[in-house]
Ligand binder design. Structure first.
Ligand SMILES: [Zn+2]
Length: 555
């Protein structure tokens, strides 16, 4: 009696760890291994080691039988999967996703372990012990059916009805095999090959939009570059009724990503967190309430999410929404294979604009466009200046200012970048590390500059202020060198200066940027593309300021 109690307790605890819906996601893989070991231990305790040997009694034909049976199961499952997917938009392959999502290791790593360990352990315990004992007690057929019911019941308690169905069919089949061959070998091999198939082949065959897993760069805590964790089994995002699931093709690397990584003052970043405010890709799935988008559409996200109900949204100023949210800050961003985007924040992308170009138009492009047109109202014939004309904002601002008919001054930190900025249309370029920019600009334009975009901050603020023409305007949109500075109130009013802040822009402005790019009126400069796995290298490059043009991650 004692071994029975001990054995059943061990098995129960192990099963609880394996499949408990309340256990932490990363516990489950190791829980499965512990569970499988526990089942074998329980079997040995319940039956004695002699029975274990007897159960394994080998006959060559059973290997073939087992593999053939698994192949047959797979065909049945494959057909069922297709029918279910077409009728209910739900594929039983999600079962594989549930395991994959809950485990820390990738399906490919789990597969061989399943083949060698977990499937066989389950067979020995369920068929070898549970079914055999039940049959001894209640008769062969009754014992077989009760064992199947328990086996299936445990699966539905753990996960969902589809897993229950699969466990029911598989349990009946394997239980029958055990009866037929009077050995656990055929069902054991069949079960193992079957597990291997669903854990490896199905996720490979159905890699997307079936609620499985995805690649992503994930932050679990704030810190340095090493906190950017590359995951291949992060749960794919669920979408709400008004959301679109975007299969990300490219995402931009922005200064704000570095701030989010190290900790954003005043904003709590929900962890685990996927960074990335710029998102371009293809629609993979749409929520039932979404109109105007369908699967396969090329899209780019407006980087903000506006509430649509606050006072400013009602005035039509969605970019000033009081309850604004930002991708890669308040919610998951684009450093992943998939991201859920509210349809209201999504724009169609014409074929003429590449995904990599598209991600330059969000954060960087909007800042430049909104600054030059809506906030600064740059006019033909005016003198425009930007500090740092070679980065994401700078390269677009130079082109937009030129397009507006202004005379353009830009700076860069390296001589080779100066020629690139000149090629984009800048009339005067200066190396801000080597030259006295303020003196050079005042030599060229003794009355000063009409408008300056300054995202550098305290290091350039006083110079920008001094270079402005009477009545000139300075636009602030960054804090590269700090968050505070001092300002001469006296000189500001005496010289009629405007100092304005801006943060991103509107959806219509982004549409206009997309259209300008499609018509080749501007050419967004993609400096360097990195694969997603190299996000840390891309952020390192951004921090060093080495980049010319926009840094992009491709997924
Ligand atoms: Zn709002």
């Amino acid at each position: 009696m004692r071994p029975v109690i001990v054995g059943c307790s061990v098995a129960a605890i192990c099963w609880f760890i394996m499949f408990s819906p309340w256990s932490a996601p990363n516990v489950n893989f190791w829980g499965m291994m512990v569970g499988a070991t526990g089942l074998l231990a329980a079997y040995a305790l319940l039956n004695g080691r002699g029975k274990l040997r007897e159960l394994y009694a080998f006959h060559p034909k059973w290997i073939g039988t087992g593999i053939l049976s698994a192949a047959l199961l797979y065909v049945v499952f494959f057909i069922g999967d297709r029918i279910s997917a077409s009728l209910f938009d739900f594929a039983p392959t999600q079962i594989a996703g549930i395991y994959g999502t809950k485990s820390q290791a990738s399906p490919a790593a789990i597969g061989p372990l399943l083949l060698l360990w977990i499937g066989p352990a389950e067979e020995i315990f369920w068929r070898g012990f549970v079914q055999r004992r039940l049959s001894e007690k209640f008769g062969t057929m009754k014992g077989f059916l009760i064992a199947c019911a328990i086996y299936a019941g445990i699966h539905v308690w753990a996960f969902n009805v589809m897993l229950f169905m699969a466990a029911l069919v598989c349990g009946l089949f394997w239980g029958w095999m055990f009866l037929r061959f009077k050995s656990v070998w055929p069902s054991l091999i069949s079960h193992a090959v079957w597990d291997l198939t669903i854990f490896i082949l199905l996720p490979i065959r159905e890699p997307h939009h079936k609620g499985i897993i995805m690649k992503a760069i994930v932050l679990y805590e704030h810190g340095g570059l090493d906190k950017l964790t590359y995951k291949t089994d992060f749960p794919e995002p669920a979408i709400g009724p008004d959301d679109v699931l975007v299969n990300v093709k490219a995402t931009g690397v922005n200064r704000v990503d570095l701030v989010v990584r190290s900790g954003y003052p005043g904003i709590t970043i929900p962890m685990p967190h996927i960074p990335g405010g710029d998102i371009a890709g293809v629609v993979a799935k749409i929520g039932p309430g979404v109109k105007g988008f369908s699967e396969g559409d090329r899209v780019v996200a407006w980087p903000l999410i506006a509430c649509g109900t606050c006072a400013l949204c009602k005035e039509g100023k969605e970019n000033l929404c009081l309850n604004w949210k930002y991708f890669g800050m308040h919610r998951h961003g684009g450093y992943a294979e998939y991201v859920a985007v509210p349809a209201a924040s999504l724009l169609k992308l014409p074929d003429q604009v590449s995904f990599e170009q598209a991600v330059t138009l969000g954060i960087a492009g909007l800042t430049a466009y909104h600054g030059i047109h809506s906030v600064g109202e740059l006019k033909k014939g005016e003198v425009f200046m930007i500090w740092g004309g070679s980065g994401g904002v700078g390269t677009i601002a130079v082109q937009l200012a030129k397009l507006a008919g202004a005379t353009v001054i830009a700076t860069a930190g390296k001589d080779e970048k100066l020629s690139a900025v000149k090629k984009l249309g800048a009339d005067h370029v200066f190396n801000h590390h080597k030259e006295d920019v303020q003196a050079e600009v005042m030599k060229l334009f003794p009355v000063g500059v009409d408008m300056i975009i300054d995202y550098v901050g305290p290091a350039t603020f006083a110079k920008s202020h001094a270079m402005l023409k009477k009545g000139g305007r300075m636009l602030l949109c960054g804090i590269l060198t700090g968050r505070e500075t001092t300002l001469s109130i006296h000189l500001t009013y005496l010289r009629h200066l405007s100092i304005k802040g801006l943060y991103l822009g509107t959806k219509d402005e982004m549409r206009e940027l997309i259209s300008l790019t499609a018509q080749k009126k501007i050419n967004p400069l993609v400096g360097k593309s990195f694969p997603l796995v190299d996000a840390a290298r891309a952020q390192e490059m951004m921090a060093s300021g080495e980049n010319l043009g926009k840094l992009v991650l491709t997924v």
